[in-house]
Ligand binder design. Sequence first.
Ligand code: SAH
Ligand code: SF4
Ligand code: F3S
Length: 472
Amino acid sequence: MNLPDLQEAKKRSNAKPTIKDALNLKSSKFKGQKFFLKTYGCQMNVHDSEEIKGILNNLNLTETLNLNEADVIVLNTCAIRENAHDKVFGFLGRIKHLKREKPNLIVCVGGCMPQQTSVAKLLQEKYPFVNIVFGTHNINKLGEMLLNVNEKQNIEVYSIEGDVYENIDYKRDSKYSAWVNIMYGCDKFCTYCIVPYTRGKQRSRLMADILKEITNLKLDGYKEITLLGQNVNAYGKDLSEGYDFANLLEEVAKIGIPRIRFVTSHPWDFTPEMLNVIAKYPNIMPYIHLPLQSGSTKILRLMGRRYTKEEYLDLYNRIKETIPGCSITTDIIVGFPNETEEDFNETLDVVKKCVFDGAYTFIYSPREGTPAALIKDNIPLEIKEKRLQTLNNIINEHSLKHNEEYLNKIVKVLITGPSEKGENKVCGYTETMKLVNVIAPNSTIGEIVNVKITEAKSFSLDGEIVIFENIC
Ligand code: SAH
Ligand code: SF4
Ligand code: F3S
C-alpha cells in the first residue's frame, strides 16, 4: 500500500532520470480471459494505454470492447479538469453493479487521477471493490500487481520524480501512425495545471534510444510518428547532453519516415533553430499546436505562462514567415480568476489576429493543490459559459474559413481507417492535420494518397482520390 503526496510530487531535483528496462512480464495466468480498457485524457494517456495493452497481452488477456464480457477492467484516468474526474466516478458506479453480479471481476484504476491524494483516499474509503490502484510512475508494474491480486484492495501510487523505461512492449493501436514518447513529466508549473504533480519532473529520453525506436518503426512500415511530451520543445533541458529539440527533430527527420509530428509545444521554449529545422525537412509536417491559454498579459502572468500577448503574436508571425502554409491550432482557457471583460477581449483580439486553424477551448477548472486554486474563483459560471460560447463561435468560423481554402485543391492524405461518414469512405489527415473523409476503398488504409477536396465543413473536409495518369 502506498498513497501519493502532492507536496512530494512538487519537489524537483537536478538528478538525471534513471533509465530502466521495462519488465515485460509474461504469464499464462489469465489465459482465455478478457480485458476492457477505457482511456481518458491526452495523447500521453492514449499512448500509456498502448503500454497497458502490451502488459495485459503479455499476461495472455485479450481485449474486448464489451464491458459485460470483461474479466479485468482498467480505467486509465485524467485529472486535468473536474469533468474528467466526474466521468470516471460515474463509470465506477456502473462497474460496482457489474462486480455484484461477477465477484471475480478485477477492477483497476490508474493514470493521473490516483496521483491526487484526495482521489486515492476516496478510492480507498468509498470504492473498496476497486482491486488495484496504480499511478503514472508505475504503469510498468501493473502486470506484477495483477499476478498478485487478491480480495484486498492494493493501492500503489508514488509521488517520486519517476524513472524512464526503455524497450516497452507496446501494443500499438495503429500499424501506420505511432506515438513516440520523447519525454515524461513537466517542470513548467503553470498555476492552474495539475500535470507537473501527476506526471512528475521532466525526464527526457536519450536521443539514441528515441532514434532506435523510430528506426524500428520505419522498418515495421510506419508512415507517421508523433513525438510526444507535455512540453516537447523543452526536450533535452534536463539531460545536459548538449542537444535540444531542434537537434532531435533534425535527426528524426533524417531517418526518413514520411511524416513527423510533435505535441505539445510551449511558446516559451520555441527557438529560431526549431523553426528552421521544421521548414528545412519536408517530412516534418507543417503543423504546430501552440497553446495560447489567454490573450491578456495580466492573466498570462497569473497563469505563470512566461510570455506576453505581444511575444505570442511575434512567435506566431515568425512561424508563419518561416514555415509557409503552416497550420496552427491552440488551447484557450476562459474564466480564469480575475479575468475581466477587457482581459477576455484581449483573448478575442489575439484569436482574430491569428485566425487559428482550430482550438480546444475550456472553462477554467480549479485543481486542488495548484496555486491558482487558492485564488478566489470570482467569475460566475454563466459569464464563463457566455465567454466560451462567444469564443467558440469565432473559432468555428475561422476553422471553416481555413477549410474552405482547401476546396478543389489536391492534398496528400495519410488514410488511417474507415470513416464514420459512410461505408464507401475512409478517413485520414492532410499534412496540415485536417481531417478528410474520402470516397475510397479500404485497401487505401495505411497509404498516403492524393485527394481532391470537394467539400469544406467546420471540422472536416470531404474529398475523392485522384489518380495521376502518365501523359507521355
Ligand atoms: N502541456 C500542454 C497541455 C496540457 S493540458 C501545454 O502546456 O499547453 C491541455 C490543456 O488543458 C491546456 O493547454 C489547458 O488549456 C487546459 N487545462 C489545463 N489545466 C486546466 C484547468 N485547470 N482548467 C481548464 N483547462 C485546463
Ligand atoms: Fe500544464 Fe503548463 Fe506543463 Fe502544459 S506546460 S502540462 S499547461 S504545467
Ligand atoms: Fe489528463 Fe494526465 Fe494528460 S491529467 S491531460 S491524462 S497528463
